[in-house]
Write a protein that binds this ligand. Structure first.
Ligand code: GDP
Ligand code: MG
Ligand code: ZN
Length: 353
């Protein structure tokens, strides 16, 4: 990557020059099992992480992900390190461990894509959930309402989206008619990285192909009788846009378990937070305490029950996550002390012997 035009942050550039002097810089554009596709200058390389990297990495999420800037040794092929990430999109990883799984690194802009073809492709809950994830990352969210050509009730859909994401810019698009595609392109600055988020089948890959002006990514055919979308993307990939800027495609997440702090939730539900400021208790849970201003807004009809319910649901999920994380941190602390006391004992034993 030419360091004069690359969108590396100042921090990352400094890191490259100090910690990884003599290394080449590249950007991860795809991930396999143990292989990474890395763009560096005009080259596209298949890389592995170096032995030293593997040795030093303590957690899974320290390994490269799509969008990462990496330092390559020699003529490439070996990843020596991952430059400290700027805004990352992440979720709680599936399975037993409580760890954040990074879906895309170094993103400036996040498109939350919903389908206007009715049914389950546009749900307020879905939008709110994705929005919490994006707020947590620090990237700027933008709501893309796709399949405009299939929309029966545009005004109604817009209002629903507006209620779920009151202060987020909306774009109406169709990959069939080409509506909104130019605006979508214009929203991505030449040095920006955007990511496509949203459930499977809403048209993320189709939108990227429309932006590229070619069929680069596999699109799923929802008309197929098995409905499983044989061709839908199963991995993340980063593409460069002709006019500058990069775009990361993500496969639809079957399960979006949130990884976020209270602050991100409050940001998404700032209408509710606005009322909450007038609750009698500062730690009011808005579930029956006296003088609760949120309950009052519900009774007055200023706040919809749907939104209130969805806030409670997401907060419950995040509370659970935070509790789990605390427990895990405590368990790790205990383990660490046990290890220390063991080595202290060993030390004295060896001294005696
Ligand atoms: N009618 C219509 N169909 C679309 C539009 N965008 C995508 N599709 C179709 O929706 C299906 C899923 O698209 P795809 O891009 O694979 O969705 P992804 O899973 O979000 O990447 C495919 O059959 C596309 O042809 C659109 O704007 N209008
Ligand atoms: Mg796709
Ligand atoms: Zn309250």
């Amino acid at each position: 990557m030419n360091s004069d035009t690359s969108p590396l942050s100042v921090r990352q550039r400094t890191e490259l020059e100090t910690r990884f002097s003599g290394c080449r810089c590249g950007r991860v554009s795809g991930e396999g099992m143990h292989l990474y596709r890395v763009m560096s200058g005009d080259d596209e390389l298949l890389c592995r992480v170096s032995g030293a990297f593997r040795h030093a990495a303590a957690k899974k999420n320290e390994y490269p992900v799509t969008g990462d800037w990496v330092a390559l040794r020699g003529d490439g092929g070996l990843i020596e390190g991952v430059l400290t990430r700027e805004a990352c999109i992440g979720r709680a990883s599936a399975g037993g461990t409580t760890e954040q799984q990074i879906l895309a690194a170094n993103v400036d802009l996040a498109f939350i894509v919903a389908g206007l073809d009715g049914g389950r492709n546009l749900t307020r809950r879905g939008i709110e959930r994705y929005l919490v994830m994006v707020r947590e990352s620090g990237a700027v969210p933008l709501l893309v309402l796709n399949k405009l050509d299939l929309c029966a009730d545009i005004a109604g859909s817009l209002q629903e989206a507006e209620e779920a994401a009151p202060d987020v810019r909306q774009l109406l698009t169709s990959t069939v008619t080409g509506d909104g595609i130019d605006e979508l392109i214009d929203s991505i600055g030449p040095e920006h990285t955007a990511v496509m988020l949203g459930p499977s089948g809403v048209g993320k890959s189709s939108l990227i192909n429309a932006l590229l002006g070619e069929q680069r990514l596999a699109e799923g055919d929802t008309r197929q009788s098995d409905h499983r979308g044989r061709h839908t993307s199963t991995s993340r990939s980063l593409v460069l846009l002709p006019g500058g800027g990069s775009l990361i495609d993500t496969p639809g997440l079957r399960e979006l378990r949130l990884w976020a702090g209270e602050g991100s939730l409050d940001e998404v539900f700032h209408d509710l937070e606005y009322y909450a400021r007038n609750c009698r208790f500062r730690d009011c849970t808005h579930q029956g305490e006296p003088d609760c201003a949120v309950q009052k807004a519900l009774v007055d009809g200023a706040l919809s029950h749907e939104r209130y319910e969805s806030y409670l649901e997401l907060r419950k999920e995040l509370d659970y996550l935070h509790r789990r994380n605390d427990e895990q941190a405590r368990a790790e602390e205990v383990r660490r002390w046990k290890q220390i006391s063991k080595s202290v004992k060993r030390f004295y034993k060896n001294k005696k012997g």
